[in-house]
Structure formats: structure tokens, C-alpha cells
Design a protein around this ligand. Structure first.
Ligand SMILES: Nc1ncnc2c1ncn2[C@@H]1O[C@H](COP(=O)(O)OP(=O)(O)O)[C@@H](O)[C@H]1O
Ligand SMILES: [Mg+2]
Length: 180
């Protein structure tokens, strides 16, 4: 049965830490869709997720290449960014199903539907929480990167497989698998 688990993030680093913990319960063959508007934090999440899979070096948005691959502890981390709808056919051409056999796929997606994708393990929805004129005005001139209302995000992990709900819940709660 479908399930969903929410988590709050108060900063970019908190999002990265959360993503790294989720990566700890990812498996080879998993496809994870990151959904949210521009600037929500999809690439930031991808950075933490990659770190959690032992990827060293910078993880940046695959804006011009559509897809980037990084060697990781589960094989290859395939990072895709579908930031324009005309990339849909290109995503279909990528043969993600084949790619993901060699590792894990992270697909950044805008608000669009996802007909080009096959089965998705988790969908992570990232939304801003404290948006509004007030928060925008409040951050003017402070230069602060963390701790402002502007940095608050709600991350909701959606899945289909009941068997994996528990480990995602533990990961979100900060319980590192195998640590206890
Ligand atoms: N809690 C948070 N989680 C993720 N990003 C955040 C958070 N708070 C602020 N940010 C900032 O929001 C921006 C998100 O950008 P990015 O990850 O590239 O978004 P997207 O890939 O969804 O377009 C970054 O500048 C990041 O530092
Ligand atoms: Mg991005």
C-alpha cells in the first residue's frame, strides 16, 4: 500500500544530512524522484544523497548534460535533471531502467507528471514552508544562509513498497541502519 512520511528541514545542510540518511537505506536498482519547484532544494538533496553513497567531489545540477554519473557504493549514482518538459523524450531515450541496474537513479523533476519513468521507488516532495513577503523581506541584507524562515522545507517521502516503509522512517528519524 502507498505510504508517505514527512520530515522538516531547517537548512541546506539539514536537507543534505537527511538525504544522506535516506541514501543509507537505498538499494541498487532504486529510482528516486525529487519533486519540487525551482530552488526548492532538489539538487541540495542530491548532494547529500551522493555523499551518503560515498561520492566524493562536487555534485552539481546536470543542467546541460541532462544526466551525470558518479561511482558510488551501490555502483553508479545516476543523477538526472528534467528541468524542461522537452527533455521528456530525452529521458525516455536515456533508458533509465537499464542505467539503474548498475546502481541508483536520482531524477530531479519540476512540477510536471512523469510518464517517461518506469517504476519509482520513492518520490521525495520538497516544498518551502515559510515563504511569503515577510520572510523575503526579513532576509534582506542579513546574508544568513541558515536558520531563517526562508530555509524551512517540508520533505515528504512517498513510497509504494510497505516492506521498506520502516527503514525509511528510521532513516528520517536519524536512526542509522546497523548502528544499534
Ligand atoms: N532547508 C533547505 N533545504 C535545501 N535547500 C535550501 C534550504 N534552505 C535554503 N536552501 C537553499 O535553496 C536553494 C536550493 O537550490 P537547489 O538545491 O539547486 O534547488 P532545485 O534543485 O530544487 O532547483 C539553495 O540555494 C539552498 O542553499
Ligand atoms: Mg536542481
Amino acid at each position: 500500500m502507498a505510504w508517505m512520511l514527512p520530515a522538516r528541514s531547517a537548512s541546506p545542510d539539514a536537507t543534505r544530512a537527511l538525504a544522506a540518511r535516506l541514501a543509507g537505506v537505498a538499494r541498487r536498482g532504486d529510482v528516486i524522484v525529487l519533486q519540487g519547484s525551482l530552488g526548492a532544494g532538489k539538487t541540495t538533496f542530491a548532494q547529500g544523497f551522493a555523499r551518503g553513497l560515498g561520492v566524493e567531489g562536487p555534485v552539481t545540477s546536470p543542467t546541460f548534460t541532462l544526466v551525470r554519473q558518479y561511482p558510488c557504493t551501490l555502483g553508479q549514482l545516476v543523477h538526472v535533471d528534467v528541468y524542461r518538459l522537452d527533455h521528456l523524450s530525452e529521458v525516455a531515450d536515456l533508458g533509465l531502467a537499464d542505467l539503474v541496474e548498475e546502481g541508483v537513479a536520482l531524477v530531479e523533476w519540476g512540477d510536471a507528471a512523469r510518464p517517461a519513468l518506469g517504476p519509482v521507488t520513492w518520490t521525495v516532495d520538497i516544498t518551502r514552508v515559510g515563504t511569503g513577503a515577510g520572510t523575503a523581506a526579513g532576509s534582506v541584507g542579513t546574508g544568513a544562509r541558515t536558520g531563517t524562515a526562508d530555509d524551512e522545507r517540508l520533505l515528504t517521502v512517498h513510497g509504494e513498497d510497505d516492506a521498506r516503509r520502516g527503514e525509511v522512517a528510521s532513516a528520517l528519524a536519524g536512526q542509522v541502519p546497523g548502528a544499534a
